[in-house]
Unconditional design. Structure first.
Length: 155
């Protein structure tokens, strides 16, 4: 699928009141993931994208600090307690993906790892071509404490 990932949501939706419920959604998402999966995560600044992803990554066995990859594009986690490597990317600062070196993102994707991408934007088509299965998450502000979270697990 190409285009805006939010337009393709057909999965379950929920309202999360506070970060704990956003984290619970992340843990539930993690239970459906397998090597080769890509999860595209969209939402406004401050919607809870990183909160959801960090909880999913913890559920997948990532330990230690999980800093935002905003200024580094991506981070790859390969711990001994993890059943598979896990990548976390933030493409907010990435320019036009068509003009970037194709190898820039390649190490973060593969049939042996799960990859989470915040702000997939214009790279949506290219990213989905690097995955076995693709899932989508959209998080929208309802009010200061509540978010609507729509999750389409990978298929």
């Amino acid at each position: 699928m190409s285009g805006d990932p939010e337009k393709h949501h057909r999965g379950r939706g929920r309202v999360a009141c506070g970060p704990e419920e956003t984290e619970q959604a992340g843990r539930e998402l993690a239970a459906s993931l397998q090597p080769g999966d890509l999860v595209l995560v969209s939402g406004e600044v401050g919607a809870g994208k990183s909160t959801l992803i960090r909880a999913a990554m913890r559920e997948l066995g990532v330990t230690g600090a999980i800093p935002s990859p905003t200024f580094t594009i991506g981070r790859l986690y390969e711990g001994q307690e993890q059943p598979m490597p896990v990548a976390h990317l933030d493409l907010y600062r990435l320019g036009d993906p068509e003009s970037e070196d194709p190898g820039l993102l390649a190490a973060y994707f593969g049939p042996d790892r799960v990859s989470f991408v915040e702000w997939p934007g214009g790279a949506n088509r290219q990213l989905t071509e690097m995955a076995t299965r693709v899932g989508r998450v959209a998080i929208d502000h309802i009010d200061q404490d509540s978010r609507r979270i729509r999750i389409d697990p990978p298929e």
